[in-house]
Design a protein around this ligand. Structure first.
Ligand code: COA
Length: 749
């Protein structure tokens, strides 16, 4: 029986939550949570043996002597429906467990016991275990946890509260009877997201701000990857000790060289690994032994090469997770942190970007190299850069959470080829974009591109429409090209987010002014007439032939002073949200002086977003910085319209999680299973309508349209209903339901 249950658990495809998963603690260390199974009895007994005899847990639950050991170990006797235990494990050692026993009378309630070994208390492990247990219990139809806790141990009740649960408690002598509703409320989701963000930030901090670095495979000859990384570390002036590791050298770049990681005498936080693939495993073992916090595996030859490589990567991941090490890569180009207190250039890229407020992650290493170069050319300051490679451990999800809390980052840029966990990315990004913009370019739009993306880093390709919907729902600014990515980044990093769609154009040439107006309108921006006070102010100093409408054409000879006074007048106009300034260098005007005048006025722009177009082969002079500049009207209009769309997303009400009653989950599951069994990856129209209704969304009417191209599109007509579409809760519900359709569809591919 036990074996059968354990087997079912392993195979249960419907609840991935049952699988082992790794959580990051407040300290940044990773711990594995997994279901306890009959073979874990010994580990559970050992955990109990390590608990101090006077621990409240012992006293209270009377787990003493032989009887206690048996009772403790009985948590492993899963019976799937009525008892379930999860254990927390690090380096093969069980650190804690949490178990529920379903009540025989009230099937929606379960009694809960959890324990965390003393040495790891206070790091958030209890909260993680309860959170996971609650998730599993909810899927089993349990909505209430009960626990009797000693009155002398208020911390236990706090752990329930930390999870965001609603807790009722009643004192009875020296015990407190606790009753907890484990519904996933908004408070629960917020607390879980906060915890996850803090933990990701802590674990990424060990990667980005190491106190010491080793480069393993520091080749002697410049031009080889390991040698270039070492050279970059030294040239960027990393603020801690650098340890080159190479058994064949005693000194490289003037630094003492070590034959192995184990031979390094000082503490080691970060190891960069650039040895041939067959040697990586042994080097990682040495890193585990040495107690490093993070590794960056530059070496290729893992998941991107096929099944054997995938297995190698899985083994590598298993090893570092067990040791609580965070890993970037494999098959990556490295990481950069321009913080003057760190100055870490752990890449083999020739360019070290200027320090600034833009964070960048690239799934392609070579492209990352070009992006860093381009950022340097644009003078776009970078806070941190990560080439994520195969994303075996550290993914965009970890990075986005780290950057959300990073005081040195204002804008997050992502070059993506695939999503490891699209649902999680959506949830994380949706929260982060309320505070900081995320701008992403997702490769693999075309069929050929998608095929190429899946073979590049060995990742699965997603349908572009699904990706588009995912990014849109999360408030991520999606750009079509890399150029647009940088165009928007330059705007968002240097200017306030536009308050609205109203743009004023100020130009010294009519033609480009008209082109800019066309480009703005084509992107849904508005060019309102300027108010009377503004036009009168402009008339007072501009030549009579100048045009004071919108665009304001100051004429070709406009001197710097006209730029300054015109901008002052337009910045004072309350009907304007952004100002697009165009300059075409005529012979007589000093370009630098105009740029200086614009930059000076932009410092007092009344909260307006300012951008420029310098239509000159030389581009904009450096004195214009930080006002962004574009070579032509179209890219400027595109960047501005994307910034406006982001601003609208950010100011729209967030909505809440609606109370959903009478969900027919069993029926929904049947529909999905039937469709999966049929194959092909699509639901029929009636099935989709039924599925949506199962989740409480009334289908007002449904009609088959002659052109049905893809799943994300076709439910829309059935859902569109005048009046309803303004209701954000409803929209949220429908997006969740459609999200569910998509997720199942993606799984089925
Ligand atoms: N510990 C430390 N150093 C070791 C070592 C060990 N156990 N064993 C060997 N080395 C040294 C070598 O002696 C050599 O130094 P040397 O040139 O002074 O003799 C150095 O490590 C590198 O080894 P080498 O055999 O020359 O490898 P390589 O430089 O040709 O290739 C990689 C190593 C990692 C670059 C290569 O395997 C690889 O994966 N390349 C692709 C990387 C890539 O594209 N990444 C993705 C970017 S987007």
């Amino acid at each position: 029986m036990r074996e059968a249950i354990a087997d079912t658990l392993r195979k249960d495809p419907l609840y991935p939550a049952y699988e082992a998963s790794d959580v990051v603690l407040r300290t940044g260390a990773t711990v594995r949570l997994r279901p306890l199974q009959p073979e874990d009895r010994d580990a559970v007994e050992r955990l109990h043996a390590r608990l101090p005899a006077d621990s409240l847990y012992f006293r209270f639950h009377r787990f003493r002597g032989r009887e206690g050991a048996d009772r403790a170990a009985a948590v492993c006797d899963l019976d799937y429906e009525d008892r379930y235990a999860i254990g927390a494990e690090s380096n093969g050692r069980l650190l804690g467990l949490a178990v529920y026993d379903r009540s025989a009378e009230h099937r929606d309630a379960a009694d809960v016991v959890f324990v965390v070994e003393d040495a790891v208390q206070g790091k958030g492990l209890g909260t993680h275990m309860l959170e996971r247990l609650a998730e599993i219990s909810r899927n089993r139809g349990i909505s209430v946890f009960t626990a009797d806790v000693p009155a002398a141990s208020p911390r236990v009740v706090e752990v329930f509260r930390d999870c965001g649960f609603v807790v009722e408690q009643r004192a009875e002598g020296d015990i407190v009877r606790v009753r907890v509703s484990i519904r996933a409320t908004h408070a629960f989701e917020e607390k879980a997201a906060d915890r996850s963000e803090r933990a990701a930030a802590a674990s990424m901090a060990r990667l980005f701000s190491p106190r010491s670095v080793a480069i393993v495979g520091a080749a002697r000859e410049r031009g080889k990857i390991g040698a270039e990384i070492l050279h970059n570390l030294v040239s960027a002036d990393f603020t801690g000790p650098i340890y080159p590791v190479n058994p064949l050298a005693s000194e490289i770049e003037g630094l003492r060289c070590y034959p192995s990681v184990g031979a390094i005498t000082g503490d080691l936080d970060l190891a960069l690994i650039s040895v041939p693939q067959p040697l990586v495993d042994g080097v990682v073992d040495e890193c585990v032994e040495k107690g490093v916090s993070a590794i960056v595996v530059i070496t290729a030859g893992f998941g991107e090469t096929g099944e054997e490589g995938r297995q190698r990567e899985a083994r590598l991941l298993e090893k570092i997770r067990r040791a609580g090490i965070r890993m970037v890569g494999p098959n990556c180009m490295g990481i950069v942190n321009t913080d003057p207190a760190v100055r870490l250039n752990a890449t083999f890229a020739p360019a070290y970007p200027p320090a600034g407020r833009v964070a960048l992650s690239s799934q392609s290493g070579a492209l990352g190299l070009a992006l860093l170069d381009y950022a340097s050319k644009l003078n776009l300051g970078i806070s941190t850069f990560v080439s994520v490679g195969n994303k075996a451990d550290v993914s965009s999800n970890d990075l986005v959470q780290y950057w959300a809390a990073d005081p040195r980052t204002d804008v997050i840029l992502l070059y993506l080829e695939s999503f490891g966990q699209p649902g999680l990315f959506g949830r994380i990004a949706r929260r982060v974009t309320r505070r900081k913009p995320i701008v992403a370019v997702k490769a693999g739009r075309s069929r050929a591109g998608a095929r190429a993306a899946s073979s590049h880093t060995g990742a699965l390709a997603e349908t572009d429409k699904v990706v588009g919907a995912l990014l849109r729902q999360a408030g991520v600014v999606r750009t079509e090209t890399l150029e647009e990515l940088f165009d928007v980044a330059a705007l968002l990093a240097n200017q306030p987010v536009p308050r609205g769609r109203r743009v004023a154009i100020v130009t010294n040439a009519g033609g480009p002014g008209i082109l800019a107006a066309d480009a703005c309108e084509a992107r849904g921006l508005e060019l309102p007439p300027l108010r009377r006070e503004t036009t009168e102010a402009l008339r007072s100093f501009l030549p009579a032939a100048a045009s004071v409408g919108n665009p304001v054409d100051m004429l070709a000879a406009a001197p710097p002073e006209h730029y300054a006074r015109t901008l002052r007048a337009v910045f004072a106009d309350p009907g304007v949200d952004s100002v697009l300034v165009i300059f075409i260098p005529p012979i007589a005007t000093d370009t630098d002086a105009v740029a200086r005048a614009i930059a000076e006025e932009a410092k007092r722009a009344n909260g307006k977003c300012v951008l420029t177009i310098f239509m000159s082969a030389k581009g904009a002079p450096a004195v214009l910085h930080p006002v962004p500049s574009y070579a032509f009207p179209e890219p400027a209009a595109v960047a501005l319209s994307l910034a406006v769309e982001y601003a609208e997303w950010r100011s729209a009400p967030e909505g809440g999680i609606p109370e959903l009653h009478d969900l027919r989950t069993e029926h929904a599951r049947e529909i999905v299973e039937r469709s999966l069994a049929r194959g092909g990856g699509w639901l029929g129209p009636e099935e989709a309508a039924e599925l949506i209704s199962d989740f409480g969304i009334a289908v007002i009417f449904a009609r088959n349209a002659p052109v049905v191209t893809s799943l994300p599109e076709w439910p829309a007509p059935a859902l569109t209903c005048p009046g309803l579409s303004e209701d954000r809760d409803w929209r949220y519900r429908s997006s969740r339901a459609i999200g569910l359709l998509r997720v199942r569809q993606v799984w089925s591919v």
